[in-house]
Design a protein around this ligand. Structure first.
Ligand SMILES: [Zn+2]
Length: 100
């Protein structure tokens, strides 16, 4: 069976990236339930077009319920930043880098 390329045309990837950017900027000021919808959508777009969400975006929301981490409790443990999700109470551990 010939191998079909799974790569989408470049213009589509570009649009996908732009849409993700827009969703994330909208998400910043949206109420939680709306923000969750935006993040889900952004992830879906990213998966469909094989586009990464971009630097620092993954740590902006809870990977279990997609609630943004704004105002979440943050602790420092060893060399990890531990954030507790306000919604599902799960803790997210993330490595500390220069950009948080
Ligand atoms: Zn959560």
């Amino acid at each position: 069976m010939p191998e079909r390329s799974r790569k989408k045309p470049e213009y589509q990837t570009k649009i996908a990236k732009e849409r993700i950017e827009i969703l994330f900027s909208e998400m910043e000021n949206a109420p939680d339930d709306l923000a969750r919808r935006y993040i889900r959508l952004a992830k879906k777009i990213g998966m469909r077009y094989n586009v990464k969400l971009g630097p620092g975006k993954k740590r902006k929301f809870c990977k279990y319920c997609f609630t943004p981490f704004r105002g979440a409790k943050t602790r420092l443990k060893n060399r990890f930043l531990v954030r507790e999700c306000r919604f599902c109470k799960k803790a997210a551990k993330m490595k500390i880098k220069s950009k948080v």
